[in-house]
Design a protein around this ligand. Sequence first.
Ligand SMILES: [Zn+2]
Length: 74
Amino acid sequence: MAIRLTDTPFLDSPDVGEPECVCSRCGGVIQDMAIRAWSAHGDGEMEYRYHPACLGVSVAMVEAEGDDGPVEEL
Ligand SMILES: [Zn+2]
């Protein structure tokens, strides 16, 4: 994934489903899952957030990544 110059950064970080939680790319409200990213430049206070589809990732894939559970200790 890559942040584009045309994407809108936000100073706030509303929860998914709030009317303020809009996509940096398409401007639509994010209802289900937001992919959040923070700028590596400056102070990192600018949040970018996206619909998974707007970044070209599938929700199923994202959920699978978060489903690994606790790391087993050997
Ligand atoms: Zn979007």
